[in-house]
Write a new protein. Structure first.
Length: 321
């Protein structure tokens, strides 16, 4: 199967460079093109990451340009401010909206100008809001635009449960759903350890159903407080999403996709279990949620919906970009 080129926009920064590096060392695609307004930095990142390819079977990492984008290429967007860039303390992801909406609108405009039928993977925050805006502004079908959603939060949940229960991460089937932000929640009611209900698994403690969401949320803030940004976890998470986009058989992951009635929601993008494959993204309706989890999902969707309305009022006129 033909492997697409992956363009990483914002690859001068920590998240973009780590995504590019992970894609290269895992040999997920053969051609990785790095774009950033910080031209010297991105040249340095491309050269540095290209040196890791000595141990691959021929991965090419280079600086790229929008005009090289072709049909079915995958555009990973990581540009814009992170949670330490604008605030004295550590702000929320939604606090980044007013700055990042301008950056993302400009980037989506450049992608749209190429007129190609690409896949967009949004990573910049607030990721759910920007995924929604990217789909509307790009004019691409909704199957072709997705965000990393709660896939990273889910990775953190898997690690937390695996460590507490002394089991392999791979056996943990559990999702964090909703906004990639402070209203996300760990949906544990139907989580399993290799098919065994989590609540019946030896060592499981009932209080985790109320504390683990906050624990994993805090872990992101602790990383940012300690070293200004999180990037290894998201690098691997995005690599998994890109890998799924290159394969015919779908992988279910809680990415952010445009909802059209699934789970009783519409007209936003939010983290829900979705099938990701070379056909794009499709939300899988029917993942079992308890009453409480359903209420948490609705509350989270309301927060995203309000932020989408704010974002729409902030989209700059193309002439001012
Ligand atoms: N979705 C997630 O789970 C997740 C996880 C971690 C970080 N993030 C988000 O990823 C984004 C990047 O974080 P980071 O730590 O890499 O920040 P960073 O400051 O290290 O990098 C941002 C990069 O964007 C570039 N940039 C700015 N405007 C641009 C434009 N118009 N075109 C191209 N490049 C442009 C900058 O030059 C910089 O190199 C943030 O919004 C952060 O919140 C998301």
């Amino acid at each position: 199967m033909h492997k697409p080129t992956v363009f990483v926009i914002g690859a001068g920064g920590m998240v973009g460079a780590t995504v590019a590096h992970t894609l290269a060392v895992k040999e997920i695609v053969n051609d990785i093109a790095l774009i950033d307004i910080a031209e010297e930095v991105v040249r340095g990142q491309a050269t540095d990451i290209s040196h890791t390819t000595a141990y691959t079977s021929g991965v090419h990492v280079r600086v790229g340009d929008y005009n090289e984008i072709a049909d079915d290429d995958i555009i990973v967007i990581t540009c814009g401010q992170n949670q330490t860039a604008t605030h004295k303390g550590i702000g929320t992801r939604l606090d980044l909206l007013s700055v990042n909406i301008r950056i993302i609108s400009a980037v989506i405009g450049k992608i749209r100008e190429q007129g190609k039928n690409v896949f967009i993977v949004m990573v910049s925050n607030p990721v759910d809001v920007l995924t929604y805006i990217a789909q509307k502004e790009s004019g691409l079908p909704k199957e072709r635009v997705l965000g990393s959603g709660t896939a990273l939060d889910t990775a953190r949940l898997r690690v937390a449960l695996a460590e507490r229960l002394h089991v392999s991460q791979q056996g943990v089937i559990a999702y964090v759903l909703g906004e990639h932000g402070n209203s996300s929640f760990a949906a544990l009611s139907h989580a399993t350890i290799s098919g065994i209900p989590l609540r019946d698994f030896p060592g499981f403690r009932q209080e985790w159903t109320t504390t683990i969401t906050q624990d994993i949320r805090d872990s992101a803030y602790q990383i940012i407080a300690a070293k200004k940004a999180t990037y290894y976890g998201i690098g691997q998470t995005v690599a998994q999403i890109v890998d799924a986009l290159t394969k015919k058989r779908g992988v279910v992951m809680p990415v952010s996709a445009i909802v059209g009635g699934e789970y009783g929601l519409s007209d936003i993008a939010i983290g829900l279990p979705s099938l990701v494959s070379s056909s794009g993204v499709r939300i899988v309706d029917g993942y079992p949620l308890s009453e409480n989890e359903r209420s948490q999902l609705i509350a989270s969707a309301k927060i995203v919906s309000m932020a989408v309305k704010e974002a729409e009022s902030l989209i700059p006129d193309p002439g001012t970009l």
